[in-house]
Ligand binder design. Structure first.
Ligand code: F6P
Length: 495
């Protein structure tokens, strides 16, 4: 496979000091030329310009996808329907900073939200905790997403009611898991003798549905707005990312935004042939066309990024897991299944399949140059971590012949290497924006609207009559909304 010199010479691209090496994609110069020409034919350049210009690229919901404005630290005006959105964005930054300075003596923060209102801040809090010497403001940051009360119970066991702040995070402010969990936490505050005034001071909301937050009795000053032009899974750059600022300081939050903004500028301005998100998107498309791949894996060789694949699953599969295109026609390709976890642990789990399974699964290996701790062992351990990362990619690319079929590695299994200089807020921001822009590029190449998610609704609707049937506890028969299998299962649960 691709150890051809011409490939090595042209396979490395750098943006924002993040290096992408596609040498093991095994894509020839002529194939790359075709891919870039397909991207141009798909009007990718126009799409990128339209996205940053606030055009209504989310066609089904008739609105823009302007999450880039949330990290536009240059404050260059971003005009949406004739009005600059930057003053409102800047005002929220000012309020986040003021809140950071105000919260003294807070022991616990309970961040209640799910999906896009959870993954981004949870990933950032976990990842940045590993940065040697990072300022930490000492409060315990709890993430409450699941309706399963196990998570609720674990958090409430640890938190101190009198010095807890609760942040309810929901773009819609109608998500059942979030509103139910919020009510449970308020009930816990009351049960622990917090006064009405204390509770009012403790409750905060981050939402695009400000009236619903008011109705929930959140004080006006405690509501942090964002806007319908920010998709839920793209919202960590808004006040949804509040935990980052609260835990590590506003400066760290700004660095996170700065890394993403730098990657946006690259995506917006670099020619397609040097554009990291575009190159990654085209490599994946090539593997769909040539190897018929149905899944890919993201393996960060950084324990701190163990949450990254979970964040990425929502980004890719909620954005592009669709079978009709923007014009309502069946698609040729859409998002492969995405999975992953931190290396080297992952090697001891599903790498058997990646090396010898009957399906080819391309991999993004993500490595970090600097060790992620200041332990005396850090340098030696990090060398081993990186050696493993490089070795896996080589083994997958070339495979190995053997007399015993059991020992044969078929090879020809493509991968990318992404190398971050270090893991800090800036490069974490750059990494997330790289993948966001890659998802948008893929949507364009596949002609998919990456910014809606109609497929998440139907299950929520069906859950309602089922819940009612479980509540009554009475035997039921199949009806218009509950089929025979589900009716039998309800009866089993009710027995
Ligand atoms: O059910 C999917 C979804 O709508 C995601 O798109 C979103 O990130 C999540 O639910 C949470 O939504 P909200 O922020 O409105 O509570």
């Amino acid at each position: 496979m691709s150890s051809r010199p011409e490939n090595i010479a042209t396979s490395t691209h750098t943006a924002v000091d993040v290096v992408l090496d596609t040498a093991y994609q095994n894509i020839s110069g002529a194939q790359w030329a075709n891919l870039f020409s397909f991207a141009r034919k798909s009007k990718l350049e126009e799409f990128i310009a339209d996205m940053f210009a606030g055009k209504h690229i989310n066609l089904s919901e008739d609105r823009p996808a302007l999450h880039s404005a949330l990290r536009n630290l240059s404050k260059v005006p971003v005009i949406l329907d004739g009005k600059d959105v930057m003053p409102a964005v800047t005002e929220v930054w000012r309020r986040i900073e003021a809140l950071c300075n105000k919260w003294v003596g807070v022991t616990d923060v309970i961040h209640i939200g799910i999906g896009g209102s959870d993954f981004g801040p949870r990933l950032a809090i976990e990842a940045l905790a590993h940065v040697p010497g990072i300022e930490s403001r000492g409060m315990r940051m709890h993430f409450l997403a699941n309706i399963d009360t196990a998570e609720l119970a674990r958090i409430l066991d640890r938190a101190q009611p009198n010095s807890t702040r609760v942040v309810i995070v929901s773009k819609s402010f109608t998500t059942l898991e979030t509103t139910m969990n919020a009510k449970a936490v308020v009930a816990w505050l009351k049960a622990n003798d917090c006064t009405k005034g204390q509770i009012a001071n403790s409750l905060f909301a981050v939402t695009a549905n400000v009236p619903a937050a008011r109705e929930f009795d959140i004080e006006e000053d405690n509501i942090f707005p964002f806007w319908d032009w920010v998709g839920g899974r793209y919202s960590v750059w808004s006040a949804v990312g509040l935990p980052i600022a609260l835990q590590y300081g506003f400066k760290t939050f700004e660095e996170f935004l700065a890394g993403a903004h730098a990657m946006d500028l690259h995506f917006k301005n670099a020619p397609l042939e040097q554009n990291l998100p575009v190159i990654m998107a085209l490599a994946l498309l090539h593997q769909q066309e040539t190897l018929g791949i149905k899944a890919y894996a993201a393996i960060p060789y950084a324990d701190a990024l163990d949450w990254f694949p979970k964040w990425l699953q929502q980004l890719d599969m909620e954005s592009n897991g669709k079978s009709i295109d923007r014009d309502g026609r069946p698609v040729k390709h859409s998002s492969p299944v995405v999975f992953g976890s931190a290396g080297s642990n992952a090697q001891h789990s599903y790498f058997q399949l990646l090396h010898q399974g009957s399906d080819v699964v391309p991999i993004d290996f993500i490595a970090v140059r600097k060790p992620m701790s200041d332990r005396p062992e850090a340098v030696a351990h990090h060398r081993i971590l990186l050696s493993n990362c490089l070795a896996q990619a080589q083994a997958l690319a070339h495979g190995k012949a053997a007399d015993n079929p059991n020992d044969v590695y078929p090879g020809n299994r493509p991968s990318n290497l992404l190398l971050l200089p270090e893991l800090n807020a800036f490069y974490l921001g750059a990494l997330l924006a790289l993948y966001e822009n890659r998802a948008a590029s893929l949507g364009t190449l596949w002609n998919i609207n990456s910014f809606d998610q109609p497929g998440v609704e139907y299950g929520k609707v069906l859950a309602k009559p089922i819940e009612k049937a479980l509540l009554t506890g009475l035997p039921i028969e199949a009806n218009d909304s509950i089929d025979a299998v589900t009716a039998a299962r309800i009866n089993l649960l009710n027995s």
